[in-house]
Design a protein around this ligand. Sequence first.
Ligand code: SAM
Ligand code: SF4
Length: 334
Amino acid sequence: MSATHHPQLIDQFGRVVDYIRLSITDRCDFRCVYCMSEDMTFLPRDEVLSLEECARLVKAFVSLGVSKVRITGGEPLVRKNALSLLEDIGQLPGLKELVMTTNGSQLEHFAAPLKQAGVRRLNISLDSLDAERFRSITRVGDLSKVLRGITAAKQAGFERIKLNTVLMRGINDDEALPMLQFALEQGIDIAYIEEMPLGEVDHSRESTYVSNDATLKLLKAHYQLISSTESTGGPARYWRVPHTQTRVGFISPHSHNFCESCNRVRITCKGELFLCLGQEDKVDLMPLLRDHPNDDQPLINAILGAMQIKPKGHDFDLRRNAPAVIRFMSQTGG
Ligand code: SAM
Ligand code: SF4
């Protein structure tokens, strides 16, 4: 049988979905102020997909033409035996790219085995290079561990490593430039992400909003940035710093909306298939997995049917003074 599966997931606007993001846990060892409230309640274990169910789901999506899978969370590396899942997924014929988003806290130990399991690229979240500020943004995190994790990831030889940085006005917006300098020194990529109104947090999202246009302008005053045509089919625009390895991305759900080229869907750790990060449209896949343990057809039919309700785009509005959706990013999977 050919290892390439033809794309079968096409929505009502003609967009081909070939990329899934699977959250394998809603838990996390950090409590980033823009992502979680201070006292989060997490799901009981029996409401979370088992690792076998996660593998079965991914296999079904890959059989429908999905060629890229991102494992995320919560913090994916706090899920017990996450590595064994990645090893299973990494061997699926038809899957071209297995990637992960992590806060880096455990990478020191996991970088090499992740690479061996077939993870090709890593996104590592990093919002400050100042230890005290890092602690206050993550509420609990230890910057030195994450920096050691980045070093371990570089040594493990991933194809690309990208930092994800959420800038917040009055909190870390003075670090736009130092973060780029750090990425250049490390020879890795960086993406600036505009804060999104997902879940109720302790600050008003409008008060901390930093536009990526302003960040780009600032960076351009110090570096030559050359616009790149590269696209991941998502809401990111990329630039290159000449004579370096580094690409600079901007994920700008507010200032630039790229929903028309969206190629992805998200699956929560309880098996909800969300068709858009910023909308409520979803299909529950867990009952189909549990009610039909030996038959994937009901699951496949539900996934195919879900394409018909993928919304045209998100509806983020910071002035609305309420979250666009009530789920936190850690619940949907970033
Ligand atoms: N725990 C992992 C991490 O932090 O990389 C993976 C999950 S986290 C939800 C994925 C990404 O979402 C991170 O880069 C984080 O900075 C980003 N994120 C979380 N909440 C966000 C929000 N409200 N707006 C924008 N980005 C957010
Ligand atoms: Fe955890 Fe990632 Fe959310 Fe921070 S952004 S609280 S590390 S899930």
